[in-house]
Design a protein around this ligand. Structure first.
Ligand code: NAD
Ligand code: UDP
Length: 328
């Protein structure tokens, strides 16, 4: 029997920011891709260019709902879940359900099809960490009954489900703990900090700093994350692996860089209240990713912002032109 070389890959959340990059990468490698998305935060423009590709299939579907999937599936990337705090908090029950019921449905599918499955978990499983450099064995500091809990606790139970199916049902599970990732194809109105700052600066609007702006994040460029995710899927590692860029910035430092990169003249800093439970620091320890996947991020924040600003500049012009035509 001749082994199949091209794979059938299901990308849940494939019309979102990270998922759409995965769909494009896999199609470019000659694989067949089924993109499943309920379009909660996904954008058809992220995958429109793929619709004519005979290897691409788009299915509007909520992973919380049951579905019969015909044919073989080799790999499942579960990227389905709103990731922006404002978006996942707008329907917290659905967010929690997506993480639990949605992941459970995809795990059952992986078991049925004998497929590998990778879950997009998050640095949010560490909550508001009490330690700098969060390694995978840090158990976290999560508020169970707060506005972020639907996502943080949702992702924690999704990891537990993955681990149980991996341990007791023999499913080939992979868990990526993704730290803040940015880049082209994140929706301009997503609400996360990089897209907010870049869009505000390009439009000459004030830059919204929540709290003092001294809280930190570590920003990973999308191409680095995609490389890490695919390496993790190809590995034999069932325990969680941090994927992120360990270089840490305050939000004020990020704002300065964005203003400089966009050449924004009109934008000033506008301080707004810090949202409840907003983590004060976040920085991945990527020792395991280096060791197991031979992976480390390559793109600096400066280079990543150049590519990101350029994409948003074009996107805002395209959106403005489309609005002008629609208004005619
Ligand atoms: P995104 O909001 O751009 O993409 C999420 C996609 O999932 C969207 O297309 C949305 O419509 C879809 N979706 C949401 N709920 C669904 C459901 N129930 N059924 C089907 N589709 C659904 O976010 P993203 O940044 O691309 O994040 C992708 C995944 O990575 C998420 O699971 C997120 O938790 C995780 N993650 C991302 C980051 C990051 O910085 N980008 C960090 C940590 C974790
Ligand atoms: N933030 C900000 N201004 C914004 C959006 C976010 O200062 O317009 C801050 C937010 O309070 C947090 C950090 O930027 O401290 C990262 O927020 P984001 O929503 O991108 O992701 P999080 O890491 O909090 O999930």
């Amino acid at each position: 029997m001749v082994a199949r070389r091209e794979k059938v890959i299901l990308v849940a959340g494939g019309a979102g920011f990270v998922g759409s990059h995965l769909c494009k990468k896999f199609l470019g490698q000659g694989h067949k891709v089924t993109c499943v998305d309920n379009f909660l935060t996904g954008d058809i423009s992220n995958v429109r260019a793929l619709l004519d590709d005979p290897n691409f299939q788009l299915l509007r579907h909520d992973i919380c709902d049951p579905h019969k999937w015909p044919g073989p599936i080799d790999e499942i990337y579960n990227m389905a879940c709103a990731a922006s705090p404002s978006r996942y908090q707008s329907d917290p029950i659905h967010t929690a359900k997506t993480c639990f019921q949605g992941t459970l449905n995809l795990l059952d599918l992986a078991e049925e099809k004998n497929a590998r499955i990778l879950q997009s978990s998050t640095s949010e499983v560490y909550g508001d960490p009490e330690v700098s450099l969060q390694s995978e064995d840090y158990l976290g500091n999560v508020n169970i009954c707060g506005p972020r809990a639907c996502y943080d606790e949702g992702k924690r139970i999704s990891e537990t489900l993955m681990w149980e199916y991996g341990t007791h049902r023999g499913v080939e599970t992979r868990i990526a703990r993704i730290f803040n990732t940015y880049g082209p194809y994140m929706h301009p109105e997503d609400g996360r900090v990089v897209s907010n700052f870049v869009v505000q600066a390009l439009q000459g609007d004030d830059i919204t700093i929540y709290g003092t702006g001294q809280q930190t994040r570590s920003f990973c460029f999308i191409s680095d994350l995609v490389e890490g995710l695919t390496r993790l899927m190809a590995s034999g590692e069932k325990m969680p692996v941090n994927l992120g860029n360990p270089v840490e910035f305050t939000m004020l430092e990020l704002a300065e860089q964005v203003i400089a990169k966009t050449g924004s003249r009109g934008s000033k800093l506008a301080y707004q209240p810090l949202p409840q439970d907003d983590p004060q620091q976040r920085r991945p320890d990527i020792t395991r990713a280096k060791m197991i996947l031979d992976w480390a991020p390559r793109v600096s924040l400066s280079d990543g912002l150049d590519m990101t600003v350029s994409w948003y500049r074009d996107r805002l012009i395209a959106d403005r032109d489309a609005a002008a035509i629609a208004g005619q």
